[in-house]
Ligand binder design. Structure first.
Ligand code: ZN
Length: 145
């Protein structure tokens, strides 16, 4: 039986625009205005740490994270992909898959670091235009909901 927590935003909502899900996990597009194409792979059950998953569960989660990384690389053409599993604010297992660009507001810091420059609107618009292709690629790879 899946562990749920009524006070957890990732138990009570999808946590973003839902792109795909199965019984174990889901993929969402995050609503992060400065970082188009920012995806999260969220384990459905309320657990905090990777080590709480079985070896097979970890392998399946990692496989989906890698598929999303590949989709981001192929469709967003970032300078770098950042993978992160922090969970300090919301201790519910999720992986951030973040396309990063040298022109983005925090590069080379993390997306949670202090902003180093103002958003460049032309850069932002170029990245925003790639997001429909990213969503389509993810749904091709994983299947439409
Ligand atoms: Zn939760």
């Amino acid at each position: 039986m899946m562990t749920m927590n009524a006070n957890c935003p990732l138990c009570t909502t999808d946590g973003g625009e839902l792109l795909w899900k199965n019984e174990e996990m889901r993929v969402i597009l995050a609503n992060e205005a400065d970082f188009p194409g920012f995806c999260r792979v969220i384990w459905n059950g309320h657990i905090a740490e990777m080590s709480q998953l079985s070896v097979d569960q970890r392998a399946r989660l990692n496989h989906v994270v890698m598929l999303i990384e590949n989709a981001v690389l192929e469709t967003m053409s970032p300078d770098k992909v950042n993978l992160a599993a922090l969970g300090n604010m919301v201790p519910h297992l999720h992986w951030h898959v973040i396309p990063r660009f040298q022109k983005d507001v925090c590069f080379p810091g993390s997306v949670w670091s202090e902003k180093l420059r103002a958003q460049d609107p032309s850069h932002l618009n170029i990245q925003l235009a790639k997001v429909p292709g990213l969503k389509q690629k993810i749904q091709e790879l994983l299947g439409v909901i």
